[in-house]
Ligand binder design. Structure first.
Ligand code: NOJ
Length: 680
């Protein structure tokens, strides 16, 4: 690659650091000259210098763009094609937040490898996934793309996702570095302000998981960190990403985020942004062209920049080599994909991602006379945000799987045929958010279930027929007012291609739900941000003392906490044991717990182990998830689940940002049991 680099002109090098959409190579530039092209300010010569492409429809388009480009290019370095395959390309998997409910990294990995095959068949070499931003505010529209509020879960699922992509040879780009999930008040693109210790302790772990699994690129975030936009933040990119996380791959901006530094009022103009970008360590700029337009001139004034440019270009060339583009720049044919395996994986993943929050009557007997109501009765568009090539026409509607006595996709009570509903024994109400209610730029100030639904549910409840609510949503919603008026609640964060079958199979007990929440459901919107692993406070809540941490108008308790989720089986936890109560780091104990299925229904259970550091030199969370295991239990079967404690389970970042372990006592919690550990 060094040889190729040597032969490039400065302009050709800068081209390698520029990414634009495919249209520019194959569209009619004359017609478009007033559109996006003017924004990019690139003439035809410069367009054919650029090095990477954002998004592609299919392999034919990819081949056409590549061919057109290579014919006009002097150096013949192929373009690399990147795009957002977030939870599937053709076959849609559950969204990342839904996948996190499964607590099953093996399945998540399988899902990613199926998605990788499909993405590559479309001509992509890189996916902009996983989104490893830790989230704490359900108002933020993008929580759906995340793995939720827990740093360990974020690590594990980011790791599994990248491994899945890699298994098929798809390169991956983890995003958005860093802490984009902390956009203030859940408003997309808003200020992010957090301390370094908070960043290190909670927000880095997802990116770290992806990088440790071998993610090839990192995308910078739209937000600032310590008042400097992430895209030009030297501390974030050099000290943290390259230094601490030892990331060696390519750093790419988010869409236009380099030029947005002008709006942040931290750069004067395009050329200032370009200098600050390359100096901070940004390799590729996405959807803008300031490097290509400015940096050649700048290197004359500041030859130091040349070295940085060369390093960046070398990283890009190595990425292209890794993608196999120098061997074969084309995608020979769209493998006539057999999607049956992907659909099976999508079903398996979805079946473990649906969460049972309340249960009085489920599973239903197939003979039960059912009214099937709500907008999702006949809706095929159940794929969730970012479903890209996924075609809703290839999915089934819920009514296909439920043999209802009365079906209606109306949502207005007055329009229901009450007489027909009255003749049935059970109401299934399938309602909630659409794919357009979450995603980028889709933040909401009000995450209460709408008044309209509340009224509808209260009216239906007067009929004295048991109600099962199936809630489709991209984020935790406030459902406090309706919980008492329904008998059963199944919730999911958009399950993808197999949604309807999984929902029906779960209602009828063909699937026994095992999902647990990766993000807390608040009781009231005023509690947001709310997350389980918060600090203790100097005045922790005590009912008898008014001057303790609480609200005077609502309770502190969430509606459903992180980790909550029911099963049709009845699991009992007993015999929590620790092999040695006193330990040193060389002799850490194993924790054992017995889990018994006390029912006659086979089920899966995620066993979660939390630890509380009882006393430390800095304030520590009330508890933190440290390990988990998912097990299958036959009717009346018992299993002993073991967790070997690891040094990292007891460690934390101190004020000097060093990861340390302090001696003392720790409490270990599994379900309703706990034990003490003394570290000497
Ligand atoms: C903007 C989004 O923030 C990012 O996640 C995505 O990968 C890029 N657009 C490219 O589509």
């Amino acid at each position: 690659m060094e040889d190729i680099l040597k032969n490039l002109t400065i302009e050709e090098k800068l081209g390698q650091l520029t990414m634009i959409p495919p249209f520019f190579y194959i569209g009619d530039l004359k017609k478009e000259v007033f559109g996006a092209l003017t924004e990019l300010k690139l003439d035809e010569k410069k367009i054919f210098l650029t090095g990477s492409v954002l998004g592609i429809q299919n392999h034919e388009e990819m081949n056409l763009v590549q061919k057109t480009y290579l014919e006009k290019s002097r150096h013949k370095i192929p373009l690399i094609f990147m795009g957002d395959v977030i939870h599937g390309a053709v076959t849609i998997m559950p969204t990342p937040l839904a996948q996190a409910c499964s607590f099953n990294p093996e399945l998540v990995k399988k899902g990613a490898s199926e998605s990788a095959k499909e993405a590559m068949s479309k001509g992509l070499q890189v996916t902009f996934s996983p989104m490893s931003d830790l989230v704490r505010d359900p108002r933020w529209g993008r929580v759906n793309e995340s793995f939720g509020e827990d740093p360990y879960l974020n690590y594990v699922f980011s790791y599994a996702t990248v491994k899945g992509y890699k298994s098929e040879g798809l390169l991956s780009c983890v995003k958005h570095f860093a802490a984009y999930g902390l956009s203030e008040a859940g408003k997309d693109y808003n200020t992010v302000d957090l301390s370094r210790i908070n960043l290190f302790s909670y927000f880095l772990s997802g990116y770290e998981g992806a990088i440790n699994a071998g993610a090839d690129l990192v995308m910078t975030a739209f937000n600032t960190f310590e008042y400097v936009p992430a895209t030009i933040n030297k501390y974030l990119l050099k000290d943290v990403l390259r230094g601490k996380l030892k990331f060696k791959g390519v750093i790419i901006s988010d869409y236009d985020s380099l030029l947005q530094t002008i709006n942040h009022r931290t750069t004067l103009n395009d050329c200032d942004a370009a200098i600050k970008g390359i100096t901070a360590g940004l390799d590729i700029e996405m959807a803008s062209s300031s490097y290509l337009r400015c940096l050649s001139e700048e290197t004359k004034k500041n030859p130091e920049l040349l070295k940085l440019i060369d390093e960046a270009v070398l990283r890009v060339l190595k990425l292209k080599e890794k993608a196999g583009l120098f061997k074969d720049p084309y995608k020979k044919k769209d493998l006539s994909l057999d999607t049956s395996k992907a659909l099976k994986v999508s079903y398996d993943l979805a079946s473990e991602s649906i969460v049972l929050l309340k249960n009085e009557n489920l599973p239903l007997n197939k003979k039960t006379k059912v009214s099937l109501l709500g907008k999702y009765v006949s809706e095929k568009d159940v794929l969730g945000p970012w479903s890209w090539h996924g075609d809703p026409n290839n999915t089934d509607e819920l009514s296909k799987y439920i043999n209802a006595y009365y079906k209606s996709d109306f949502e207005i009570f007055e329009h229901y045929d009450i007489e027909k509903i009255k003749k049935t024994e059970h109401i299934i109400l399938a309602i909630g958010e659409t794919r357009h209610d979450s995603g980028e730029a889709h933040s909401k100030a009000d995450i209460n279930i709408s008044l309209h639904y509340e009224t509808l549910i209260k009216k239906l409840s007067k009929l004295n027929i048991p109600i099962t609510l199936v809630l489709y949503t991209g984020r935790p919603l406030v459902i406090t007012n309706i919980v008492p008026f329904v008998n059963n609640i199944l919730v999911h964060f958009h399950l993808g291609s197999m949604t309807s079958k999984v929902v029906a199979d779960t209602i009828y007990g063909i699937n026994n739900p095992s999902g647990k929440l990766p993000m807390t459901f608040p009781r009231h919107i005023g509690q947001v941000p709310i997350y389980y692993n918060h600090l203790s406070s100097g005045r922790p809540y005590q009912e008898t003392d008014p001057y303790t941490m609480k609200y005077i108008d609502i309770s502190n308790e969430p509606m459903y906490e992180f980790g909550y989720g029911l099963s049709y089986s009845k699991f009992k936890y007993s015999n929590l044991e620790i092999t040695n109560k006193k330990a040193t780091l060389n002799n850490l104990p194993t924790i054992k717990v017995t889990v018994t299925n006390e029912s006659n229904i086979k089920g899966k259970e995620s066993v979660l182990m939390y630890i509380k550091d009882d006393f430390a030199s800095i304030a520590r969370p009330v508890k933190e998830l440290k390990q988990f295991k998912k097990i299958i239990l036959k009717p009346y079967e018992s299993k002993v689940v073991e967790f070997k404690l690891r040094k990292e389970d007891l460690s934390f970042y101190n004020q000097d940002l060093k990861k340390i372990v302090e001696k003392g006592t720790f409490t270990i919690y599994i379900e309703n049991l706990y034990t003490e550990l003394e570290l000497e």
